[in-house]
Write a protein that binds this ligand. Structure first.
Ligand code: GLA
Length: 771
């Protein structure tokens, strides 16, 4: 049944032009028939010379005289030309140009010498490895006769509303590449991908296939920002000047990973204002091993290329089959890194999330993990649920420990049956109780994994990733199931389908607690084994998509031992993400700050947990912990059995306050006014609602010293002429702060808060009144 669904949908997805907010779920047309492939491309051969297509939201124009494509969307212009060598060349990427501005035809660059020929100095949109190419290729192929030379040239193009397709072909073989560009009117962000088609008479092997290359304007003054991390310490923002040579951001882990996140931003070294100046940024929508290379070449041209990781990569295309890359999004902001983040946030909320453009606000959630760990049972969870409901929680999530022989992390993964000792009547009594308390019910699963100590593994030891006859490395006592296999994929789908059909589950916390090792697929022909990197991810996406189609109200959280699987690919299928297992509210300031460089607070789950924390044994007030979590999607993960009546009263008050500001936090514009880290004693964030009527400010002090006051806070994003009234949510503004003043006042004069001591926090709100 799954197979049939997947085949049907992959063919359909491959055939139609997909709207910007649609799901990129594997457009793997690999197994579809040649007839479909031929039909698909019939349309592409129509050369739309002189075409001028306008859509309501973004404009793509083609100038027949110059061979220049111009894409205008929001504040961005992107231009591409076909040069005399029929190469597809970047002409411009930056702030929107005047309609009257004329872009001259593309000309291949002159080479620098016989050592650096024109092929290497020309900024290609997409280049095959062939001829004298020494910079990073987008596509590298081996033909059955040993030939590895691939020289792609423009053949035709098609404009369809806000989508442009450029078709290229190898000079002497029937290998075609179709570049797909779609422009987002709201943010100006371009979504790019490439489709490779083998129309030769034989199979070809793809050894490297990127989604796109982004070329920056000529310049030497560039700085790269990227995100690094590890378990419990994700989302560190790194900055480095771009020098000649190559920086590779990547995951070789089989999934996204926390070591690097597939996001980049480039600005000028000289620009120090986070709210001004040009920033070019991008992110890959892929949850498998991935790679982004940032290369400054011999003539100091900076290019950014990315897609599935080329390390240990091979994918065989049979005659007539196609390979569709994941999407690589790229955007431009003239409002500094702050503006770049806000464009990403807007794109995610309005175009990427499953229910975009109107994804529901995140409910206030309770999660049992830190309270009970594996010690879950009916009575204990019901008691927690009652307490959670009493403070205004809207969703109750039972975490790990409810299934199989799962009493610790040594057993049970793979056996997705309710543990009869812990839940003698199944899950329904607990679910009924939770629903009766007015909350939705969520459940933890980790479907891609298996413990060797499980019935599943005893029955199917061959289902785990492995190289035949070689050791299998366990991490957290578990192995990775080979989801690329059809039978494993079907098992996982059916196990989850059964759970969802038998129990009224509203939400799955979908976890993934290790990375790959020994990624063998012994049942496959040796030359096809490496396809596991792609097929695995496509099947995970496929399962999520199929579950969502069957259970339309189901919501999913992407968790991977914290933030090890957060990317625009999984975000197409999940409603929220878990940024880190580190729930220390002070550490979280830094973690959440880095997270928001690329991803919206609207999906960023943040729990209030117990103090002192398990992480650093640090003691923090309940108010501080709440304010830290209220900067994202609020959750509670404390052991409510240990709370005092005062704790409940505080929590109830703060949950109620959060509900009055959550739309602004989750959907509004974020300004990182003072960033934590780099020795800063403070952290200040500001959120402005989409309609501009509400502003919320959070301020945190690590330690005050020598009686210095907290620095004045200068707000941003307000209407200078409008009047805003201030209200304290928690903490105090100074006594000479006016009750109301103009936007100009709050932005230019600023606002002083009373924060002194260690680990102090405050929050206040401004509401716009009459002008
Ligand atoms: C991972 C998650 C945690 C929790 C545990 C359960 O570490 O990140 O939130 O769900 O697994 O085993």
């Amino acid at each position: 049944m799954f197979n049939a669904w997947f085949r049907r949908h992959s063919a359909v997805l491959a055939l139609r032009a997909v709207p910007f907010h649609s799901n990129p779920v594997s457009r793997n047309a690999r197994r579809r028939s040649t007839r479909i492939a031929a039909f698909t491309f019939a349309a592409f051969f129509v050369v739309t010379a002189g075409a001028r297509a306008q859509s309501q939201d973004a404009q793509i124009q083609y100038d027949d005289a110059t061979g220049v494509f111009r894409i205008d969307a929001a504040d961005t212009t992107y231009a591409i030309g076909i040069n005399e060598a029929k190469q597809v060349q970047t002409l411009y990427w930056g702030k929107r140009l005047a309609t009257s501005d004329h872009l001259a035809a593309a000309h291949a660059e002159r080479g620098a010498s016989s050592f650096d020929p024109p092929l290497d100095t020309t900024p290609h949109e997409y280049v095959g490895w062939g001829g004298p190419l020494y910079v990073e290729p987008d596509l590298k192929i081996t033909f059955p006769d040993g030939n590895r030379d691939l020289v792609l040239q423009y053949v035709s193009h098609r404009i369809d509303g806000n989508e442009l397709f450029i078709r290229m072909k190898d000079v002497s073989s029937e290998v075609y590449v179709t570049l797909d560009y779609q422009a987002d009117a709201e943010t100006g962000i371009l979504r790019r991908s490439a489709e490779i088609e083998d129309r030769t008479d034989a199979p070809v092997t793809i050894e490297q296939v990127f989604s796109a290359t982004w070329n920056l304007p000529r310049g030497t003054d560039y700085r790269l920002r990227y995100l690094t991390g590890r378990w419990a310490a994700e989302w560190n923002v790194q900055e480095q000047p771009i020098h000649p040579g190559k920086t590779v951001l990547e995951s070789r882990r089989g999934s996204t990973g926390a070591q690097n996140n597939p996001w980049f931003a480039i600005d000028h070294v000289s620009s120090n204002d986070p709210e001004h100046g040009s920033v070019w940024f991008g992110a890959l929508a892929w949850s498998g091993s991935w790679e982004i290379t940032v290369e400054q070449d011999q003539v100091q041209q900076v290019r950014v290329s990315g897609g599935p990781n080329s390390f240990d990569f091979a994918y065989k295309l049979e005659k007539g089959q196609t390979f569709r890359t994941p999407y690589f999004y790229g955007g431009y902001s003239s409002e500094g890194i702050g503006g770049a983040s806000r464009l990403m946030h807007r794109l995610e909320i309005d175009s990427i999330l499953p229910r975009a453009p109107h994804p529901p606000l995140r409910p206030v959630l309770y999660n049992s993990w830190e309270a009970t760990e594996f010690n879950v049972n009916e009575a204990g969870q019901m008691a927690l649920a009652e307490k959670a409901a009493s403070i205004g929680v809207e969703r109750f999530v039972m975490d790990d420990g409810w299934f199989g022989e799962r009493n610790n992390d040594h057993a049970g993964l793979g056996d997705w049956k309710v543990n009869p000792q812990k839940f003698p009547h199944g899950l329904q009594p607990l679910i009924d109780k939770v629903h009766g308390l007015g909350m939705s019910f969520g459940l933890w699963v980790e479907p891609e994994m298996v413990n060797p100590n499980s019935n599943l593994y005893r029955q199917h030891p061959d289902w785990a990733l492995n190289f035949a006859g070689r050791p299998r490395t366990e991490e957290r006592n578990q192995l990775v199931l080979n989801l690329a296999r059809a039978d494993v994929r079907d098992y996982v789908f059916h196990a989850l389908d059964k759970l969802l059909s038998e129990n009224a589950i509203d939400f799955l916390k979908w976890d993934y607690n290790r990375n790959w090792s020994e990624p063998g697929w012994p049942q496959r022909a040796p030359e096809e084994e490496k396809e596991v990197y792609v097929d695995f991810v496509r099947n995970v996406y496929g399962i999520m998509a199929q579950l969502r189609a069957k259970y339309p109200r189901l919501e999913i959280e992407s968790c991977s031992g914290g933030g090890s699987r957060v990317d625009l690919g999984v975000m197409h299928l999940t409603d929220e993400v878990w940024p880190s297992d580190n729930t220390d509210a002070f550490d979280r300031l830094l973690i959440q700050n880095g997270f928001t460089y690329a991803y919206t607070p609207g999906v960023m789950m943040a729990w209030v947990t117990d103090s002192p924390t398990w992480v650093n044994h640090r003691t923090l007030s309940l108010e501080y912990r709440f304010l830290s979590s209220m900067q994202g999607s609020l959750g509670i993960g404390a052991n409510l059995n240990n709370w005092t009546p005062e704790d409940f009263a505080t929590a109830k008050k703060m949950v109620a306050q959060y509900k009055t500001i959550r739309e602004t936090v989750q959907r509004g514009s974020l300004y990182r006014l003072i960033e934590p880290g780099n020795g800063s004693e403070q952290s200040v964030t500001q959120y402005v609602s989409r309609d501009g009527a509400q502003t919320v400010v959070f301020a945190f002090l690590h330690s005050s010293r020598e009686r210095y006051p907290f620095p004045r806070i200068y707000l941003r994003g307000l209407d200078p002429a409008a009047i805003y009234r201030v209200a304290e949510l928690d903490g105090q503004v100074t006594k000479d702060t006016p009750a109301e003043a103009s936007g100009a006042w709050w932005m230019q004069h600023g606002i002083d808060v009373n924060l002194q001591g260690d680990f102090q926090a405050a929050a206040f709100e401004l509401r716009r009144g009459e002008k």
